[in-house]
Design a binder for this molecule. Structure first.
Ligand code: MLC
Length: 521
C-alpha cells in the first residue's frame, strides 16, 4: 500500500516522489489543516501540489539553483510548508530557522550557510534588510505578508507553473539543520533526500502509519521532530496533519479528547503539562493509535502517570538532528519504561567503550554509535568536524551513553558530550559560555544543566567576576537573551570566587552541579 517502503537498506524512491504520488491518488483529501488564532485553514493534496509548484516557480524566478541554500524564518504556517517542499523539489537546500533567533544568531546562520535567498515574515523586515545587506552571496530576501493565509497568494501575479521536475538523486542535500557543538559554533547538518526517505520509510514500517491517520501536530516545525518525524511522516502516508501554531496544554487536551486524532507526538515537557492540566481527572485516549515521546528522556513518573490518567502507554523513541530517528519502543509489544527501544529497520546500533574503542557486551555502559542510510551526509563546509563525528569505520558517534539489554532494548545512561536538554531543545553550554565571556564583568564561567521537573533541565550559569566588578544576575540573563535565543539564556546566575577545576585546569562540571543545583544537594 505504501510506496517508498523500506527495502533493506535502499529506499526505492525519495520522499518527494511518494508525496507526488499522493497528489495524484488522493487529490481531494485534506493534507494539512492549520488551527490558528485567525481560524482554521485547510489544504487538500491537490491544493498542496498547486501551492508548492507555484512556490517552486517563484523560487526559480528568484534565480535559485540546485544546491543553493534557501533559508526561511517563518512562523509555523502553511507558507512555511510550501517553501520547505518547494525548495527541496527544485533541488535547493532548505534551511529552517527558529523564529526565536535574535539578530546575532541569524547573522551567523545566514553568513555560514551562504544562503542566497531568505524567506522571512514581513514584520521582521527592518532588521532583516539591514542584516542581509552585509552578506556577500545574498541575492534576495522575500517577505511574506500574512503568513497565516492558506494560499500561495504572494504569487498571484505570477503564472502558475505546470510542475517542477522532481529530484531523483538520493545523495542530493535536501535540507540543512543547524546543531550546536561542544567545541565550535553551530554546524549545519546536511540531510539528503536519501536520508529523509530511509528514515521515514523505517518509521512507517515500525509505527504502522496509515493513510487514514490524523496527526495532531503541536511541535515547532523547524526541528527534525516536528518537520520530519511528524509532518513528513503524515504526508508520506497520505494522511492528514492538523497543526496548531503553538503548544497550549488545555486546548491540546481538548483536541486529544475530541476523538478525531489517531497520532500525537510531543516532547516530555508537553506531556508533563498535559498530565498536569488533567489533574485528578481520568481520560481514555486508548482509541488513539500512537502517542510518542522524544527529544528528551521520558521520566518514569510521567510514563506511569500518563498511563493512569490517559489509559495509554507513551511510545518513547530516540533520535537526533544528524540522523532522524534511530531507536524506538515497539508499536506492538512491550514499551519499556526508561528504555528507548530497539534499532529501527535499517538502523545499526552498537555500544563502544569510549576509552578503548572496543565493542562492549550487553548491560555495559558505553557510547552509543549508529550506522544506516538515514545518517546525515556531514556538516556544511566543516570536513574536520564531520570527520570527528564518525569513527574510522563509519559509525556516527552520538555522544550519548547507553547500554543494550540482553533482549535488545537500549537504555540511555547519560551524555559523553557537554549538553543540556531543556523542554526538548538542545543547548550546548560552550555556546552560552562563549557569549558570557564576551561580557566585560565576567572573568570565568561555566554553564551547567540542573535537573528540573518541568523542563528536564534548566540552564544555570556559574560566573566569576573580574576583580572589582559586581555581577547583576538579571542583567546577565538579559544580556544573554540579546546574544542568544531566549531558551538558551540562563534561568539562574550564581557568583563564585573561583570554579572547581582539575589538575589540567578543566572545570569540573559534575562538582559544580552537586554544589549549585538545589535538588542535588
Ligand atoms: C520556551 N522557553 C524555553 C523553552 N521553550 N526555555 C527553555 N527551554 C525551552 N525548551 C522559554 C521561552 O523563551 C519563554 O521565555 C519561557 O520559556 C516561557 O515560555 P513558555 O510559554 O512556557 O514556553 P512554551 O512556548 O510553552 O514552550 C515550551 C515548549 C517548547 C515545551 C512548548 O519549548 C517546545 O516547543 N519544545 C519542543 C522542542 C522540540 O521540538 N524539540 C525537538 C528537537 S529535535 P520568556 O522569558 O521569553 O518568556 C530533536 C531530535 C529528536 O531533539 O530526537 O527529536
Amino acid at each position: 500500500m505504501f510506496s517508498g517502503a523500506f527495502t533493506g537498506g535502499k529506499a526505492k524512491e525519495v520522499f518527494l516522489d511518494t508525496l507526488a504520488q499522493h497528489y495524484r491518488d488522493r487529490p481531494e483529501k485534506t493534507a494539512v489543516e492549520l488551527i490558528s488564532d485567525s481560524g482554521l485553514l485547510r489544504v487538500t493534496y491537490a491544493q498542496l501540489e498547486r501551492h508548492v509548484n507555484r512556490t517552486a516557480d517563484y523560487l526559480l524566478s528568484l534565480g535559485v539553483k540546485r544546491g543553493d541554500r534557501v533559508a526561511a524564518q517563518l512562523p509555523k504556517s502553511l507558507p512555511f510548508i510550501y517553501f520547505h517542499l518547494a525548495a527541496m523539489q527544485i533541488g535547493a537546500i532548505f534551511l529552517p530557522l527558529n523564529p526565536a533567533y535574535p539578530e546575532a544568531e541569524l547573522r551567523y546562520f545566514l553568513a555560514d550557510s551562504g544562503a542566497s535567498v531568505f524567506i522571512a515574515d514581513a514584520k521582521d523586515a527592518p532588521l532583516i534588510n539591514a542584516l542581509t545587506d552585509e552578506l556577500p552571496d545574498h541575492r534576495k530576501t522575500s517577505f511574506i505578508y500574512q503568513p497565516e493565509r492558506s494560499g500561495a497568494d504572494w504569487l498571484e501575479d505570477r503564472s502558475s507553473s505546470p510542475g517542477q521536475p522532481l529530484p531523483s538523486d538520493p545523495n542530493q542535500t535536501a535540507m540543512m539543520l543547524y546543531t550546536s557543538g561542544t567545541t565550535s559554533r553551530p554546524k549545519g547538518a546536511r540531510i539528503t533526500h536519501g536520508n529523509l526517505t530511509a528514515n521515514i520509510a523505517a518509521l512507517h514500517q515500525a509505527w504502522g502509519w496509515r493513510d487514514d491517520d490524523v496527526l495532531l501536530h503541536v511541535l515547532p516545525i523547524f526541528h527534525v521532530h516536528g518537520l520530519v518525524v511528524a509532518l513528513h511522516g503524515a504526508l508520506h502516508a497520505g494522511a492528514t496533519a492538523v497543526l496548531t501554531t503553538s503548544f497550549d496544554a488545555p486546548s491540546t487536551l481538548d483536541l486529544l479528547t475530541s476523538g478525531r486524532f489517531s497520532v500525537f507526538m510531543a516532547v516530555p515537557t508537553m506531556h508533563r503539562r498535559l498530565y498536569q492540566v488533567a489533574g485528578e481527572k481520568r481520560y481514555d485516549l486508548s482509541n488513539m493509535r500512537l502517542l510518542t515521546s522524544g527529544s528528551d528522556r521520558l521520566p518514569d513518573d510521567l510514563f506511569f502517570g500518563y498511563q493512569r490518567t490517559f489509559n495509554v502507554t507513551l511510545l518513547e523513541r530516540y533520535g537526533m538532528t544528524e540522523t532522524g530517528m534511530n531507536l524506538s519502543n515497539p508499536l506492538r509489544g512491550e514499551r519499556r519504561v526508561g528504555a528507548v527501544g530497539k534499532p529501527l529497520p535499517g538502523v545499526s546500533a552498537r555500544i563502544i567503550d569510549p576509552g578503548s574503542g572496543a565493542a562492549l557486551p550487553d548491560d555495559q555502559v558505553g557510547e552509543l554509535q549508529i550506522k544506516g542510510d538515514h545518517v546525515f551526509a556531514g556538516y556544511w563546509r566543516q570536513p574536520e568536524k564531520t570527520a570527528e563525528a564518525f569513527t574510522d569505520d563509519g559509525w556516527l558517534r552520538t555522544g550519548d551513553l547507553a547500554l543494550r539489554e540482553p533482549d535488545g532494548y537500549y537504555t540511555l545512561k547519560g551524555r559523553a558530550k557537554d549538553l543540556i536538554i531543556s523542554g526538548g531543545l538542545n543547548i550546548y553550554p560552550p555556546e552560552v559560555e562563549l557569549a558570557l565571556m564576551e561580557h566585560g564583568a565576567i572573568a570565568a564561567c561555566a554553564v551547567i544543566g540542573c535537573p528540573d521537573q518541568e523542563w528536564g533541565e534548566q540552564v544555570v550559569a556559574v560566573v566569576v567576576p573580574h576583580p572589582g566588578e559586581t555581577i547583576d544576575s538579571a542583567e546577565i540573563i538579559d544580556y544573554c537573551r540579546h546574544q542568544l535565543a531566549a531558551y538558551k539564556a540562563p534561568r539562574r546566575v550564581l557568583v563564585l570566587d573561583e570554579l572547581p577545576s582539575n589538575a589540567l585546569g578543566k572545570v569540573q562540571k559534575a562538582k559544580l552541579r552537586e554544589r549549585c543545583c538545589p535538588c542535588l544537594r
